[in-house]
Design a binder for this molecule. Sequence first.
Ligand code: PNS
Length: 159
Amino acid sequence: MKSAVCPGSFDPVTYGHLDIIERASAHFDQVIVAVLANRSKSSLFTNEERIAMIRENTKHLPNVVVDSWYGLLVEYCRTHGVTTIVKGLRAVTDFDYELQMAQINYQAARVETMFMATSPTHSFLSSSIVKELAHFGGDVSTMVPPNVDEALRKRVAGK
Ligand code: PNS
C-alpha cells in the first residue's frame, strides 16, 4: 500500500490545505494528514481541535486519516513506514523554506517530498492570514469551511 503524509500545523485547516489533501488522496492508497508542531509559530487551537476540524472536512475521503505527532516529521515517517511527503506550494515565497525542509528530510531519512501546485484560487491563503482576519472581525467564510469559521469566531470572542 502506497501511503503519503500531508504534514502541517493546520492551525486551523483552510480550503487551501483541503484542496491539497483531496488531490493527494487521488494519487495514493492512503493519505495521512499529520498535525505537527511548528516551533516558530504559536497556536490558536489545540491539537485535538485541529484534528477534529480536519476530520470533519475529510470524512468524505475514505483513504484519508488524521493523526498528530510531537517530534520530527521524519521520525513519524519512519515509525509509520511512510516514504513520501506531499506539500502544497503556493508561490515562490514558499519555495526556499520548503526546499530546505525537503532536502533535510531526504538527507535524514531518504523520505521524498512531492510538491503540488496550490490551486490559484487558494494561492494567497494561509492559516496566519485567516487568524489575522478573524481576529479583527474580517470575513473568512470563503477561506475556511463552516466548522472552522465558527470555531474561529468563538475563539476570537474568547469562548
Ligand atoms: O503548516 P506548516 O506550519 O508550514 O508546517 C510545518 C511543519 C509542521 C510541517 C514543520 O514545521 C515540521 O515538519 N515540523 C515537525 C518538526 C520537523 O520535522 N522539522 C523539520 C526538520 S528541522
